[in-house]
Design a protein around this ligand. Structure first.
Ligand code: URA
Length: 220
């Protein structure tokens, strides 16, 4: 199972595996890729994922008149959104989100995974105070064991966000993480670009990309 949606729950939306997307993933998966190339190509993927996730936010009919005087019946955003990044790796999504939603509010959840046990610990959360009335793009690049993303979803629910308005956006997932997340929160939606084969003994996604935060922020 590599980047495909075969037999995944319907709450998991794997973005279309176009040749373009696979080429972008090939660059970032390559251990020989420079940091500049990693960031550039990861940013392109992030933008695609965020654009795709926005399709779940309901739209309302909107009629406009075009410059030639014709009427066009289109659509417009009808509901408020915000982003929440799981610090640190999720912060990589913030620039991409601002590019497609200019003055978007962005909350943060600070979580760290114990590198020995792979268990996450939540330290801090700062969320928009009206988050309960917004659709939330929860940005976490790696859904590995699913424990940290589940902990982040729990923080959103405590703040009053219904599960059905949580859109988890990740670059990589694996079945174990997807199942853990949806067992705990069956009504959230996961938008991802790749569902990889599994986890290494030290709980990295494989084939995966390694430590996303280290690669993106240059802290290897
Ligand atoms: N976090 C990462 O950065 N990479 C993984 O493969 C899993 C969790």
């Amino acid at each position: 199972m590599d980047g495909t949606s075969s037999s995944l729950p319907s709450e998991v939306d794997v973005v279309p595996q176009t040749p373009q997307l696979i080429a972008l993933y090939t660059v970032i998966r390559d251990r020989e890729t420079s940091r500049a190339d990693f960031v550039f190509h990861a940013d392109r993927i992030i933008r695609l994922l965020l654009e795709h996730a926005l399709n779940y936010v309901p739209l309302v009919p909107r009629r406009v008149t075009t410059p030639v005087g014709a009427v066009y019946d289109g659509l417009a955003y009808g509901e408020k959104i915000c982003g929440v990044s799981v610090v640190r790796a999720g912060e990589a999504f913030e620039h991409g989100l601002r590019q497609i939603a200019r003055s978007v509010r962005i909350g943060k959840i600070l979580m760290q995974r114990d590198e020995r046990t792979a268990e996450p610990r939540m330290y801090w959360a700062k969320l928009p105070n009206d988050i309960a009335s917004r659709w939330v793009l929860l940005m976490d690049p790696m859904v590995a064991t699913g424990r940290s993303v589940s902990m982040a979803v729990a923080a959103l629910l405590r703040a009053g966000v219904p599960q059905t308005r949580v859109l988890v956006v990740s670059m990589f997932a694996c079945r174990e993480g997807v199942e853990a997340l949806l067992r705990a929160y069956p009504h959230v939606r996961l938008v991802t670009g790749a569902v990889d084969a599994g986890l290494t003994p030290d709980k990295y996604i494989t084939p995966g990309v390694g430590d996303f935060g280290d690669l993106y922020f240059g802290t290897m």
